[in-house]
Design a protein around this ligand. Structure first.
Ligand code: FES
Length: 171
């Protein structure tokens, strides 16, 4: 902490010219107080190793062969256990519905049975089939799921899931 004392020079006047009273003017003083600058480093001796959020890597295979003779594959990633498959596909603008489903889907409410996908790989990274799926997919292959009922990941797992889009249209 330091102080600066500013003593301005006083005009030389005789006491009788100011007030007529035998009184000296007070000296003008000012103090400038500098703010102390504090700096210190914060160290954390119990630093934790950075944890990474588990992620699911997804691949979506298109239903029709492209001009190159291969099925198109779109890729996406999702935080484990955070979203439904339908919402991930919506986020990535991937076609989920066939002709009927485009017009008549229930918007993810589990009441139309049109959001069908096939899980080609990574079934163990998804939730179990729900009662809604058991109802709508009773006569369909076990690998088929309803995207609006399928949770991708369980918050702790990570890995790769491969999805066949529109399996009912696959050629
Ligand atoms: S969107 Fe209707 S059941 Fe999935």
């Amino acid at each position: 902490m330091s102080f600066t004392v500013n003593l301005s020079p006083l005009p030389l006047r005789s006491p009788e010219t100011t007030t007529g009273i035998n009184k000296l003017p007070k000296p003008i003083t000012s103090f400038t107080r500098k703010k102390p600058i504090l700096s210190f480093a914060i160290t954390n001796s119990t630093e934790q190793p950075q944890t990474t959020t588990p992620e699911i890597e997804l691949q979506f295979i298109g239903p029709k062969v492209g001009s190159d003779g291969k099925y198109p594959v779109d890729r996406a990633t999702a935080v484990s256990g955070e979203k439904l498959l339908r919402n991930i596909m919506k986020d990535y603008k991937l076609e989920l519905y066939g002709t009927y489903g485009k017009l008549m889907n229930c918007g993810g409410g589990g009441s139309c049975g049109t959001c069908i996908v096939e899980v080609v790989e990574g079934k163990e990274l998804l939730n179990e089939r729900t009662n809604t799926e058991l109802k709508y997919l009773k006569k369909k292959p076990e690998s088929w799921r309803l995207a609006c009922q399928t949770i991708v990941g369980n918050k702790e797992n990570s890995g790769k899931v491969v999805i066949q889009r529109l399996p009912q249209q696959k050629k």
